[in-house]
Design a protein around this ligand. Structure first.
Ligand code: FAD
Ligand code: NAG
Ligand code: NAG
Ligand code: NAG
Ligand code: NAG
Ligand code: NAG
Ligand code: NAG
Length: 638
């Protein structure tokens, strides 16, 4: 989860392309280490069996798995490049996101949050989000994934995904048993893999206040879960990190790409943008058009063919953008942009969801020592923190962003009011709060989603708000199951400019009601008997704000659109419900084109998204392999 950084939101909408002159690009390739793992554009072949678009988190997983078969060649095209900064492996990188590894984009003004623009998080680096993220390695509850299955996606429930959660991970017993015993950290290794690529563990540090916060949760009806990752990521629980036992980031680049980079059949081309997917008259996706990063519109492009399948892994922002540029998307939009229509899919770029955070601030007047602010006020402690890390790789700096989540069911947060909220949601005319572009199919799809959301709001075994905690008095109240839906829309005047991003945060008043419930519940938690030893005092909203109207104003001023969990913009749903891909991840209306990234999620799960993206990508690779085997010998009709 990112720290809020409003200033980033003020950055220009227009992307600042890093202009690579021939000379500087040559120097880049002159780096021996880089030479060994990326291909020179001159070494590009004209055709590969598979082309993976985007070498981010999911793209590297899929490329690794597809290239396990030495008879298959795989090309990955990535717009970003390698981040070789050793600091990026340190846990402390989990709260500092390097601008060079992100697209420089912001949202359009958001009327639901006082017309402020919102920070947008879209990674642009080999390894994608996994290279820069907060390493908070959480999994959703069983119901989060079972909801996907209810939307017509057989095999995508928790039971169907668990083998892939396991396949992608390896659980390591925490290195510090003293910390485990002190914190009462509990886990069940059976829900993780034993030999998967991504290393998962609990770091050797717990802030003492965490234990008090757990106890206070228990006192206000939030029990402690033994293991959240067992499909029980609701109530209060420990969340591990994707950090290895030496205290280093374990991510797609070093765990999926590096071990496979010497395979002769796997090629990664960096600093190239995929412009379009190209189709035959029979709508078979047969090639991609790519262009060197930093070259202007109209500069020379290269066309590379895929014999078997093209897999889009360009993330929530650019997978729909590339689809739209390629002629797959809402007809009216494509027509306005002068793009010939290959497949009229109104859902491409719709259904955008994220976990909008509302920042609630308290202070602990009689906090225990040490606490998360101690290093700022006590130089002796600050020095110890540094020393503990540099000498033993232990202590507070071993924790990237925190290790605990309270993911609270609405029935707990608002036991007397949740039914009224559900009734209000179900009574709405759906079109009122949805983007004006929604078609009848999309409206029908939203009504299906709403039924499922209503059930989640009533469920005591699914979280609606996440309260990340690890000893701090302040936090972000993260709306895990929003009703509002956003859009990613190609600029009709310049299809290569960054798309317009509209989260529509809080456009549906039910989302505001939910956040008000969360703020009130946070006060209840702060008022729990055990919490009193810390002396909690409210700063924001402020104790004088109590009515719905007052709190609604506070929500509008303190909430933003994203916790970097943006998703769902090429949703896996039936086509007649506005879906973009089928349960086998193939794009409707064309053949040999699939999506393997976070875009395919139909309903955002109540969890940080990284571990779920690994599971999706692992499953995607299996689906792609299976259909290639099934159709072996078929000839492509061009
Ligand atoms: C700052 C940040 C912090 C986060 N913190 C956490 C956390 O603590 N815990 C957690 O669970 N999750 C976290 N997440 C979320 C998680 O990391 C992402 O959901 C996940 O990485 C998304 O994976 P992806 O494969 O869908 O997309 P990405 O990993 O973003 O990959 C997409 C790739 O496609 C490339 N691309 C885009 N367009 C093109 C094009 N036209 N041609 C070629 N390449 C292109 C991009 O450069 C990028 O590398 C965080 C994310 C961010 C950004
Ligand atoms: C975003 O801006 C930074 C400079 O702040 C730059 O290094 C980076 O290349 C930009 N990102 C993209 C994707 O252009
Ligand atoms: C947001 O902008 C719209 C359109 O300009 C305006 O009608 C509305 O009053 C603004 N809202 C706020 C809270 O400023
Ligand atoms: C430790 O956690 C488990 C499950 O989370 C709980 O049942 C147990 O009571 C806890 N023990 C202590 C001493 O807090
Ligand atoms: C400052 O930190 C040191 C070392 O951890 C500790 O002994 C001391 O009590 C702290 N001082 C205060 C005022 O908390
Ligand atoms: C609440 O208190 C704050 C700080 O004292 C003050 O600035 C604000 O105007 C008050 N708001 C209301 C609605 O009373
Ligand atoms: C499909 C493909 O490119 N196969 C090649 C994989 O690598 C081996 C060993 O270098 C080659 O012999 C294959 O032709």
């Amino acid at each position: 989860m990112p720290r809020t950084n409003i200033s980033r939101g003020l950055l220009a909408v227009v992307i600042h392309l890093l202009v690579l002159s021939r000379a500087s690009y040559g120097n880049y390739l002159g780096n021996d280490e880089l030479m060994r793992r990326q291909i020179d554009p001159g070494a590009l072949k004209t055709a590969y069996d598979y082309i993976v678009v985007g070498g981010g988190q999911s793209g590297l997983v899929i490329a690794n798995r597809l290239s396990e078969d030495p008879t298959k060649s795989v090309l990955v095209v990535e717009y970003g490049t390698f981040d070789d900064n050793p600091g990026q492996l340190e846990p402390s990188s989990g709260t500092k996101y390097p601008a060079k590894d992100l697209f420089n984009v912001t949202s359009v003004p958001q009327p639901g949050i006082g017309n402020r623009t919102s920070t947008v998080y879209a990674a642009s680096v080999v390894g994608g989000g996994s290279t820069i993220n907060g390493m908070f390695f959480e999994r959703g509850s069983a119901e989060d994934y079972d909801n996907w299955e209810k939307l017509g996606n057989d095999g995508w429930g928790f039971t169907g995904l668990l083998p892939y959660f396991k396949k992608s991970t390896r659980f390591n017993t925490p290195i510090d048993p003293v910390v485990v015993a002190y914190g009462n950290i509990t886990w069940d290794p059976r829900v993780y893999g034993t030999d998967g690529p991504i290393q998962v563990t609990y770091p050797p540090w717990v802030w003492p206040g965490t234990k008090i916060q757990f106890k206070a949760f228990n006192e206000v009806g939030v029990p402690t879960q033994f293991e959240g990752a067992a499909g029980k990521s609701y109530n209060a629980f420990w969340v591990p990190t994707n950090v290895d036992p030496t205290g280093r980031r374990s991510y797609a680049r070093n765990q999926y790409f590096d071990p496979a980079k010497s395979r002769p059949n796997l090629s990664l081309l960096v600093n190239y943008r995929v412009n379009e997917v190209l189709f035959s008259r029979a709508k078979h996706a047969h090639s991609v058009r790519i262009q060197a990063r930093g070259t202007p519109n109209g500069a020379p492009t290269i066309t590379v063919s895929a014999n078997t399948e093209i897999v889009l892994c360009a993330g929530w922002l650019h997978t729909p953008h590339i689809l739209q540029r390629s002629g797959i998307g809402p007809k009216a939009l494509l027509t306005a942009a002068g793009i010939p229509i290959i497949s009229d899919l109104p859902g491409v770029g719709s259904n955008l969801q994220d976990h909008g955070p509302a920042f609630i601030q308290f202070t602990y007047k009689t906090d225990v020592f040490p606490n998360p602010t101690s290093a700022q006020t006590n130089a002796t402690f600050a020095a110890w923190v540094q020393q503990e890390w540099t000498q033993h790789r232990k202590g507070p700096l071993s924790v990237p962003t925190g290790n605990n989540a309270g993911t609270i069911p609405l029935t707990t947060m608002n036991p007397t009011g949740y039914q009224a909220i559900v009734a209000k949601a179900l009574a709405q005319t759906p079109a009122t709060y949805l983007p004006k572009t929604y078609t009848a199919e999309q409206l029908a799809g939203f009504v299906e989603q709403r039924k499922i959301l209503a059930a989640s709001y009533r469920s005591p075994t699914n979280g609606i708000f996440e309260i990340p905690f690890s000893g701090s008095a302040s936090t972000a109240l993260c709306l895990e199951k929003p009703m509002s839906r956003g859009t990613v829309t190609l600029q009709t005047s310049d299809r290569y400019a960054e798309p317009s991003i509209d989260f529509n945060t809080n456009i549906n008043p039910v989302d505001v009601d939910l956040t008000i419930s969360a703020a009130r519940f946070y006060r209840t938690w702060m008022a729990a008997p055990s919490m009193q030893q810390l002396g909690p005092a409210e700063l924001s909203p402020g104790t004088n704000l109590t009515t719905d109207a007052q709190l609604s104003t506070w929500v509008s001023s303190s909430m933003s659109s994203s916790t970097a969990h943006s998703c769902c913009t090429a949703a896996m749903m039936p086509q007649n419900l506005g879906g973009v891909v089928s349960p086998d991840l193939l794009v409707y209306g064309v053949t040999r084109l699939s999506v393997g990234d976070i875009s395919v999620i139909p309903l955002i799960p109540a969890t940080h998204t990284c571990s779920t993206v690994y599971a999706i990508a692992e499953k995607a690779a299996d689906l792609i392999k299976a259909r290639a085997e099934a159709s072996a010998g078929d000839t492509i009709q061009r």
